[in-house]
Design a protein around this ligand. Structure first.
Ligand SMILES: C[S@@+](CC[C@H](N)C(=O)[O-])C[C@H]1O[C@@H](n2cnc3c(N)ncnc32)[C@H](O)[C@@H]1O
Length: 203
């Protein structure tokens, strides 16, 4: 099954609150985004945002130039349905993060639990090249992956696990690590999963 088919299947008729990665409030993402101190009018993108409630929190904080990208139409529809009329204030992009052309630059790029699915080197290289070109110098990349001792799979797919050091090495010298934290995420089923969050300045 290809990436899009896998994720559309995972999201169709699914209650997002039952997904292992579900968070009522993405506290760590919001903390690292807050540390970037960007203006509410700046362009933000949540890559592989799925049905995450991050976009709800960003709208509530007053961010008014936010995009959510996901390979799954079903995931985006889920988030739109939840937001109702507020969804009209968001740009929804049904794209593969390893193969798309951003229409404009971003000041902040967020990814929680998406990059770690890229187990093929060419996919990681394409993702990184798109991020490097799309994030303005002085902008930020906020990324969360499973830690080195985190789960080996998610949604039935293998992942690559990272530390702050290995993620920094993966993104190369255009991204300077300026903050990091870890999360002990409790899934709806009660399992604890460890996430590594990194905040990079695009230099
Ligand atoms: C584990 S979920 C995380 C969702 C969200 N970021 C969160 O933290 O709640 C992974 C998401 O990435 C999306 N995804 C997986 N591979 C992708 C790709 N190559 N391009 C864009 N989205 C992708 C999936 O559809 C899914 O919504």
């Amino acid at each position: 099954m290809n990436t899009k088919a896998h994720w559309d299947n995972a999201w169709t008729d699914a209650d997002p609150k039952n997904k292992s990665w579900y968070q009522d409030l993405p506290v760590h993402s919001l903390e690292l985004i807050g540390a970037c101190a960007i203006a509410h009018s700046e362009a933000i993108i949540d890559v592989g945002g799925g049905a995450s409630t991050l976009v709800d929190a960003l709208l509530t904080q007053g961010f008014n130039n936010t995009s959510v990208l996901d390979v799954s139409h079903a995931a985006l529809q889920n988030a739109k349905d939840r937001l109702g009329a507020r969804a009209n204030h968001v740009k929804w992009l049904c794209e593969d993060a390893t193969n798309w052309t951003p229409a404009h630059p971003f000041r902040l790029w967020h990814d929680r639990a998406v990059f770690h699915f890229l187990t093929a080197k060419e996919d990681r290289q394409r993702y990184r090249a798109i991020a490097e070109a799309a994030i303005v110098p002085g902008g930020y990349l906020v990324m969360a992956t499973f830690t080195l001792d985190g789960p080996e799979k998610c949604s039935g797919l293998p992942v690559i696990r990272y530390s702050a050091q290995t993620l920094t090495a993966t993104f190369g010298d255009r991204f300077r690590l300026v903050g990091e934290t870890t999360e002990q995420h409790t899934t709806p089923g009660g399992t604890v999963q460890k996430f590594q969050y990194c905040r990079f300045l695009r230099v």
